[in-house]
Design a protein around this ligand. Structure first.
Ligand SMILES: [Zn+2]
Length: 54
């Protein structure tokens, strides 16, 4: 993993390029697929997004 200076990381977050890691994953049933919760390791924002199903 590339280590960036803090100011560069904050700039990337500000631009919307977060450094996400998956903290929770829910597997869906049927055709809907799952949902995963990801957290940015730099700014700490947490979002949920649908994970690709195969
Ligand atoms: Zn971020």
């Amino acid at each position: 993993m590339l280590k960036l200076p803090l100011i560069v990381g904050r700039l990337l977050c500000w631009l919307g390029f977060h450094d996400f890691r998956v903290i929770d994953r829910t597997f869906g049933f049927g055709a809907g697929g799952g949902v995963e919760k990801v957290e940015c390791q730099r700014c700490g924002v947490i979002i949920t997004r649908s994970s690709p199903s195969n």
